[in-house]
Design a protein around this ligand. Sequence first.
Ligand SMILES: [Zn+2]
Length: 273
Amino acid sequence: MPEAPELQVAVEFLGDRLPGQTVTDAQVLRPSVGRAPADPFPDDAVGRQFLSIRRRGKFLILALSDNHSLVINPKLTGGIQYVPQKQRVYKRTCVRLSLSGGDDFRYVDDRQMGQFYYVPDDLVETVPGLAEQGPDVLDDFTFDDFKANLKGFSGEIKGVLTRGRVISGIGNAYADEILFHAGVYPFKKRRALSNDDLRSIYDSSRAVVLDAIEHVRQRMGNQIDHKLRDFLAVHNEGGQPCPKCGNAITELRANQTITSYCRHCQPGMLLKN
Ligand SMILES: [Zn+2]
């Protein structure tokens, strides 16, 4: 799942290239990801110019001329390719927009779980899931805002973080990284967290994501649909030595989700419900 660091670097990459370019051709190659509540896509997009691109949590919002936008929710397996038009079109390509500068903007999705919307600007906020997202992990919100946002949520802290309503942009991988950095047990119930735990999670969320952006920015190049994760401290590193204490990292799998953490640095009890 692309999360804030990869998407942020992709937005920077595309922000340097897309604005000012016109869509010269548009094709939907796999219709299942397409959502177009208003005008007929893809033909209606032809002739429009890209104006801007931004990220909100795990959504990408691309403004086009004449008050239309693309909203992309890549979910588990979606990604953007920005490639020369002559580059081979992969089987997993769902949407292809050819641009006046000679490149293609392609939405690729191995399992077609993501969603690609084409909407008039006044309907952007109605895109499912977008408005319910909490503040982006890189937005300017205070510790008190964070605590206030958490109030309505119970359950294990990792699940609370990945749901995106308290902080958005964090998925399974970066929730593990943030909780490791904070020294908080991922299955600790929200109500059991001390003020110090909350403070650590709040501080770590921004620190971990900013640090990851630096790593990804240096190495991603033009492969903006790739997920660089080999520098992560604990996620998917089960059995490897913990970078803080050297003990083996624990990895648990539940509901097709991996959680990696250090039992020593993130102490807690796994409670059976
Ligand atoms: Zn450790």
